[in-house]
Design a protein around this ligand. Structure first.
Ligand SMILES: NC(=O)C1=CN([C@@H]2O[C@H](COP(=O)(O)OP(=O)(O)OC[C@H]3O[C@@H](n4cnc5c(N)ncnc54)[C@H](OP(=O)(O)O)[C@@H]3O)[C@@H](O)[C@H]2O)C=CC1
Ligand SMILES: O=C(O)[C@@H]1CCC=N1
Length: 281
Protein backbone atom coordinates (compact mmCIF):
# COMPACT_ATOMS: atom_id res chain seq x y z
CA UNK A 1 0.00 0.00 0.00
CA UNK A 2 2.84 2.43 0.76
CA UNK A 3 4.97 1.37 -2.20
CA UNK A 4 6.44 4.45 -3.92
CA UNK A 5 4.84 6.81 -1.39
CA UNK A 6 6.83 9.58 0.22
CA UNK A 7 5.99 10.80 3.71
CA UNK A 8 7.58 14.04 4.92
CA UNK A 9 7.64 15.56 8.38
CA UNK A 10 7.87 19.29 9.08
CA UNK A 11 9.11 19.32 12.65
CA UNK A 12 11.63 16.90 14.12
CA UNK A 13 10.89 17.21 17.83
CA UNK A 14 9.64 14.73 20.42
CA UNK A 15 6.38 13.85 18.69
CA UNK A 16 7.82 13.61 15.20
CA UNK A 17 10.68 11.46 16.40
CA UNK A 18 8.31 9.07 18.19
CA UNK A 19 6.30 8.69 14.97
CA UNK A 20 9.42 8.26 12.83
CA UNK A 21 10.77 5.59 15.17
CA UNK A 22 7.50 3.61 15.14
CA UNK A 23 7.05 3.91 11.40
CA UNK A 24 10.60 2.81 10.61
CA UNK A 25 10.36 -0.13 13.06
CA UNK A 26 7.13 -1.28 11.45
CA UNK A 27 9.07 -1.99 8.25
CA UNK A 28 6.08 -0.81 6.18
CA UNK A 29 8.04 2.15 4.79
CA UNK A 30 11.75 2.24 4.03
CA UNK A 31 13.97 5.04 5.32
CA UNK A 32 14.21 6.31 1.72
CA UNK A 33 10.47 6.98 1.72
CA UNK A 34 10.61 9.20 4.81
CA UNK A 35 11.89 12.77 4.77
CA UNK A 36 12.32 14.62 8.05
CA UNK A 37 12.72 18.38 8.14
CA UNK A 38 12.90 21.10 10.75
CA UNK A 39 13.44 24.83 10.92
CA UNK A 40 17.10 25.09 11.90
CA UNK A 41 18.42 22.42 14.26
CA UNK A 42 21.03 20.73 12.07
CA UNK A 43 22.36 18.58 14.91
CA UNK A 44 18.93 17.07 15.48
CA UNK A 45 18.62 16.30 11.76
CA UNK A 46 21.97 14.49 11.79
CA UNK A 47 20.95 12.51 14.86
CA UNK A 48 17.62 11.46 13.29
CA UNK A 49 19.32 10.48 10.03
CA UNK A 50 21.83 8.35 11.94
CA UNK A 51 19.27 6.69 14.19
CA UNK A 52 16.50 5.96 11.71
CA UNK A 53 18.15 5.93 8.28
CA UNK A 54 15.73 8.53 6.87
CA UNK A 55 16.49 11.52 4.62
CA UNK A 56 16.67 14.88 6.41
CA UNK A 57 16.80 18.51 5.31
CA UNK A 58 15.75 22.03 6.26
CA UNK A 59 12.02 22.55 5.70
CA UNK A 60 12.47 25.10 2.95
CA UNK A 61 14.30 22.46 0.89
CA UNK A 62 11.47 19.92 0.93
CA UNK A 63 10.69 18.55 -2.57
CA UNK A 64 6.97 19.38 -2.31
CA UNK A 65 6.06 17.77 -5.64
CA UNK A 66 7.33 14.37 -4.49
CA UNK A 67 5.45 14.32 -1.19
CA UNK A 68 2.31 12.19 -0.84
CA UNK A 69 1.76 12.83 2.87
CA UNK A 70 3.07 15.90 4.69
CA UNK A 71 2.95 15.60 8.47
CA UNK A 72 3.03 18.92 10.33
CA UNK A 73 4.66 18.47 13.75
CA UNK A 74 5.71 21.91 14.99
CA UNK A 75 4.23 23.72 18.01
CA UNK A 76 0.72 25.20 17.55
CA UNK A 77 2.11 28.76 17.85
CA UNK A 78 4.13 28.18 14.66
CA UNK A 79 1.25 26.99 12.49
CA UNK A 80 0.53 30.25 10.66
CA UNK A 81 4.17 30.84 9.75
CA UNK A 82 4.33 27.30 8.40
CA UNK A 83 1.04 27.48 6.45
CA UNK A 84 2.23 30.77 4.92
CA UNK A 85 5.53 29.17 3.96
CA UNK A 86 3.95 26.17 2.21
CA UNK A 87 0.75 27.48 0.65
CA UNK A 88 2.34 28.33 -2.71
CA UNK A 89 4.52 25.23 -2.76
CA UNK A 90 2.33 22.37 -1.66
CA UNK A 91 1.08 19.95 -4.31
CA UNK A 92 -2.73 19.69 -4.48
CA UNK A 93 -2.45 15.87 -4.37
CA UNK A 94 -0.54 15.92 -1.11
CA UNK A 95 -2.54 14.96 1.97
CA UNK A 96 -1.60 17.21 4.87
CA UNK A 97 -1.76 15.67 8.33
CA UNK A 98 -1.37 17.83 11.40
CA UNK A 99 -0.59 16.48 14.87
CA UNK A 100 -0.81 19.96 16.43
CA UNK A 101 -3.01 20.19 19.53
CA UNK A 102 -5.97 22.52 19.06
CA UNK A 103 -5.36 23.35 15.40
CA UNK A 104 -8.58 22.71 13.48
CA UNK A 105 -8.88 21.42 9.93
CA UNK A 106 -10.91 24.52 9.03
CA UNK A 107 -8.09 26.80 10.21
CA UNK A 108 -5.66 24.93 7.98
CA UNK A 109 -8.05 24.81 5.03
CA UNK A 110 -8.58 28.57 5.21
CA UNK A 111 -4.84 29.12 4.98
CA UNK A 112 -4.04 26.61 2.24
CA UNK A 113 -5.02 26.40 -1.44
CA UNK A 114 -8.74 25.72 -2.00
CA UNK A 115 -9.60 22.03 -1.88
CA UNK A 116 -6.43 20.88 -0.09
CA UNK A 117 -6.97 17.64 1.79
CA UNK A 118 -6.22 18.03 5.49
CA UNK A 119 -6.44 15.43 8.27
CA UNK A 120 -6.20 16.26 11.96
CA UNK A 121 -4.28 13.65 13.90
CA UNK A 122 -3.71 13.23 17.64
CA UNK A 123 -1.06 10.60 18.41
CA UNK A 124 0.91 10.17 21.60
CA UNK A 125 4.58 9.55 22.32
CA UNK A 126 4.04 5.80 22.72
CA UNK A 127 4.25 5.90 18.89
CA UNK A 128 7.95 5.37 19.62
CA UNK A 129 7.14 1.71 20.41
CA UNK A 130 4.17 1.38 18.01
CA UNK A 131 1.77 1.65 20.98
CA UNK A 132 0.08 4.99 20.32
CA UNK A 133 -3.64 5.55 20.72
CA UNK A 134 -4.12 7.86 17.74
CA UNK A 135 -7.25 9.69 16.60
CA UNK A 136 -7.91 11.05 13.12
CA UNK A 137 -10.60 13.40 11.79
CA UNK A 138 -11.19 14.28 8.18
CA UNK A 139 -11.19 17.80 6.81
CA UNK A 140 -13.80 19.08 4.34
CA UNK A 141 -11.94 17.94 1.25
CA UNK A 142 -10.62 14.59 2.46
CA UNK A 143 -11.92 11.53 0.63
CA UNK A 144 -12.79 8.20 2.21
CA UNK A 145 -9.88 6.51 0.50
CA UNK A 146 -7.48 9.17 1.86
CA UNK A 147 -8.84 8.49 5.36
CA UNK A 148 -8.36 4.77 4.81
CA UNK A 149 -4.76 5.34 3.74
CA UNK A 150 -4.19 7.63 6.71
CA UNK A 151 -5.50 4.93 9.02
CA UNK A 152 -3.21 2.34 7.42
CA UNK A 153 -0.20 4.63 7.69
CA UNK A 154 -0.89 5.47 11.34
CA UNK A 155 -1.52 1.78 12.16
CA UNK A 156 2.26 1.49 11.88
CA UNK A 157 2.52 3.42 15.19
CA UNK A 158 -0.36 1.84 17.13
CA UNK A 159 -4.16 1.77 17.33
CA UNK A 160 -6.14 4.27 15.27
CA UNK A 161 -9.58 5.68 16.05
CA UNK A 162 -11.61 7.71 13.56
CA UNK A 163 -13.53 10.36 15.50
CA UNK A 164 -15.55 13.51 14.85
CA UNK A 165 -13.40 16.62 15.02
CA UNK A 166 -15.57 17.99 17.90
CA UNK A 167 -14.21 15.08 19.96
CA UNK A 168 -10.55 15.98 19.36
CA UNK A 169 -10.22 18.17 22.48
CA UNK A 170 -11.37 15.41 24.80
CA UNK A 171 -9.32 12.81 22.92
CA UNK A 172 -6.29 15.05 23.41
CA UNK A 173 -7.08 15.32 27.15
CA UNK A 174 -7.29 11.54 27.46
CA UNK A 175 -4.77 10.07 25.01
CA UNK A 176 -2.53 12.83 23.62
CA UNK A 177 -1.61 14.13 27.06
CA UNK A 178 -2.50 10.88 28.82
CA UNK A 179 0.94 9.27 28.97
CA UNK A 180 2.10 12.21 31.11
CA UNK A 181 -0.50 11.46 33.78
CA UNK A 182 0.78 7.89 34.08
CA UNK A 183 4.40 9.08 34.19
CA UNK A 184 3.41 11.55 36.91
CA UNK A 185 1.77 8.71 38.84
CA UNK A 186 4.92 6.65 38.40
CA UNK A 187 7.14 9.51 39.60
CA UNK A 188 5.16 9.54 42.86
CA UNK A 189 5.05 5.77 43.21
CA UNK A 190 8.79 5.56 42.59
CA UNK A 191 9.56 8.31 45.09
CA UNK A 192 7.43 6.71 47.79
CA UNK A 193 8.81 3.25 47.11
CA UNK A 194 12.43 4.43 47.33
CA UNK A 195 11.72 6.44 50.49
CA UNK A 196 10.36 3.22 51.96
CA UNK A 197 13.50 1.23 51.18
CA UNK A 198 13.22 -0.20 47.65
CA UNK A 199 16.13 0.47 45.34
CA UNK A 200 15.32 3.02 42.57
CA UNK A 201 15.91 0.38 39.87
CA UNK A 202 13.55 -2.14 41.47
CA UNK A 203 10.97 0.57 42.25
CA UNK A 204 10.94 1.64 38.59
CA UNK A 205 10.66 -1.88 37.24
CA UNK A 206 7.88 -3.00 39.54
CA UNK A 207 5.95 0.24 39.03
CA UNK A 208 6.17 -0.09 35.24
CA UNK A 209 5.27 -3.80 35.30
CA UNK A 210 2.27 -2.99 37.49
CA UNK A 211 0.97 -0.32 35.10
CA UNK A 212 1.70 -2.57 32.11
CA UNK A 213 -0.11 -5.53 33.70
CA UNK A 214 -3.14 -3.39 34.58
CA UNK A 215 -3.27 -1.96 31.03
CA UNK A 216 -3.02 -5.47 29.55
CA UNK A 217 -5.84 -6.68 31.81
CA UNK A 218 -7.98 -3.78 30.57
CA UNK A 219 -7.21 -4.56 26.94
CA UNK A 220 -7.46 -8.33 27.03
CA UNK A 221 -10.21 -9.12 29.54
CA UNK A 222 -13.79 -8.23 29.00
CA UNK A 223 -14.16 -6.61 32.42
CA UNK A 224 -14.77 -3.02 33.42
CA UNK A 225 -12.18 -1.07 35.43
CA UNK A 226 -14.63 -1.15 38.33
CA UNK A 227 -14.77 -4.97 38.27
CA UNK A 228 -11.00 -5.20 37.93
CA UNK A 229 -10.49 -2.78 40.82
CA UNK A 230 -12.96 -4.70 42.99
CA UNK A 231 -11.08 -7.94 42.27
CA UNK A 232 -7.97 -6.39 43.84
CA UNK A 233 -9.79 -5.04 46.87
CA UNK A 234 -10.34 -7.34 49.86
CA UNK A 235 -12.69 -6.12 52.58
CA UNK A 236 -10.63 -4.28 55.16
CA UNK A 237 -7.48 -5.22 53.28
CA UNK A 238 -4.48 -3.26 52.03
CA UNK A 239 -6.05 -2.04 48.76
CA UNK A 240 -9.12 -0.72 50.59
CA UNK A 241 -6.77 1.30 52.79
CA UNK A 242 -4.91 2.62 49.74
CA UNK A 243 -8.09 3.53 47.87
CA UNK A 244 -9.53 5.24 50.97
CA UNK A 245 -6.44 7.47 51.06
CA UNK A 246 -6.83 8.21 47.33
CA UNK A 247 -10.44 9.27 47.94
CA UNK A 248 -9.54 11.32 51.03
CA UNK A 249 -6.97 13.25 49.00
CA UNK A 250 -9.34 13.75 46.05
CA UNK A 251 -7.55 11.32 43.72
CA UNK A 252 -10.57 10.72 41.46
CA UNK A 253 -11.37 14.42 41.22
CA UNK A 254 -7.75 15.25 40.47
CA UNK A 255 -7.71 12.77 37.58
CA UNK A 256 -10.94 14.20 36.10
CA UNK A 257 -9.58 17.72 36.51
CA UNK A 258 -6.39 16.76 34.67
CA UNK A 259 -8.31 15.38 31.68
CA UNK A 260 -10.63 18.39 31.63
CA UNK A 261 -7.72 20.82 31.99
CA UNK A 262 -6.01 19.41 28.90
CA UNK A 263 -9.32 19.29 27.00
CA UNK A 264 -9.96 22.95 27.87
CA UNK A 265 -6.48 24.00 26.78
CA UNK A 266 -6.92 22.27 23.42
CA UNK A 267 -10.22 24.15 22.90
CA UNK A 268 -8.55 27.42 23.98
CA UNK A 269 -5.82 27.00 21.35
CA UNK A 270 -8.53 26.57 18.67
CA UNK A 271 -10.54 29.58 19.81
CA UNK A 272 -7.52 31.88 20.18
CA UNK A 273 -6.60 31.18 16.54
CA UNK A 274 -10.19 31.81 15.45
CA UNK A 275 -10.10 35.16 17.27
CA UNK A 276 -6.82 36.06 15.59
CA UNK A 277 -8.26 35.14 12.21
CA UNK A 278 -11.36 37.29 12.81
CA UNK A 279 -9.27 40.25 13.90
CA UNK A 280 -7.03 40.02 10.82
CA UNK A 281 -10.01 39.81 8.40
N1 LIG B 1 4.86 15.78 22.63
C1 LIG B 1 3.72 15.11 22.67
O1 LIG B 1 3.49 14.23 23.51
C2 LIG B 1 2.65 15.40 21.66
C3 LIG B 1 2.74 16.49 20.84
N2 LIG B 1 1.75 16.75 19.92
C4 LIG B 1 1.90 17.93 19.07
O2 LIG B 1 3.10 17.78 18.36
C5 LIG B 1 3.62 19.05 18.06
C6 LIG B 1 5.12 19.07 18.31
O3 LIG B 1 5.34 18.84 19.67
P1 LIG B 1 6.79 18.41 20.17
O4 LIG B 1 7.37 17.41 19.23
O5 LIG B 1 6.64 18.03 21.58
O6 LIG B 1 7.59 19.80 20.01
P2 LIG B 1 9.16 20.06 19.90
O7 LIG B 1 9.40 21.42 20.45
O8 LIG B 1 9.92 18.91 20.46
O9 LIG B 1 9.45 20.10 18.32
C7 LIG B 1 9.01 21.13 17.50
C8 LIG B 1 9.67 20.97 16.14
O10 LIG B 1 9.08 21.91 15.24
C9 LIG B 1 10.10 22.43 14.43
N3 LIG B 1 9.67 23.71 13.84
C10 LIG B 1 9.37 24.86 14.46
N4 LIG B 1 9.04 25.80 13.56
C11 LIG B 1 9.18 25.23 12.34
C12 LIG B 1 9.02 25.70 11.02
N5 LIG B 1 8.68 26.96 10.76
N6 LIG B 1 9.24 24.83 10.01
C13 LIG B 1 9.60 23.56 10.26
N7 LIG B 1 9.78 23.05 11.48
C14 LIG B 1 9.56 23.88 12.51
C15 LIG B 1 11.28 22.57 15.36
O11 LIG B 1 12.47 22.71 14.58
P3 LIG B 1 13.78 23.51 15.16
O12 LIG B 1 14.20 22.72 16.36
O13 LIG B 1 14.76 23.44 14.04
O14 LIG B 1 13.29 24.87 15.51
C16 LIG B 1 11.18 21.23 16.09
O15 LIG B 1 11.78 20.20 15.35
C17 LIG B 1 2.85 20.08 18.90
O16 LIG B 1 2.02 20.83 18.06
C18 LIG B 1 2.01 19.23 19.85
O17 LIG B 1 0.74 19.79 20.08
C19 LIG B 1 0.69 15.92 19.75
C20 LIG B 1 0.56 14.81 20.51
C21 LIG B 1 1.49 14.47 21.58
O1 LIG C 1 1.26 19.20 25.75
C1 LIG C 1 0.87 19.37 24.60
O2 LIG C 1 0.36 20.45 24.24
C2 LIG C 1 1.01 18.24 23.60
C3 LIG C 1 -0.30 17.90 22.96
C4 LIG C 1 -0.70 16.56 23.50
C5 LIG C 1 0.47 16.15 24.27
N1 LIG C 1 1.40 17.04 24.28
Amino acid sequence: MFKNKTVAFMGAGNMAEAMISGTVQSGKLSGEQIIVSNRSDQQKREQIERLYGVRTMASEQLPFDEIDVLILAMKPKDIDTVLDSIKYKVNNKTVIMSVLAGITTSHMEQNLPAGQSVIRVMPNTSSMLKESATAISAGRFTTESEMEEARELLRTIGQVFIIQEEQMDIFTGVAGSGPAYFYYLMEHIEKTATESGLSPEVAREIGAQTIYGAAKMMLERNESPTELRENVTSPNGTTAAGLRALDEYGGGKAISAAVKGAQKRSAEISSSLKQKQLVSQ
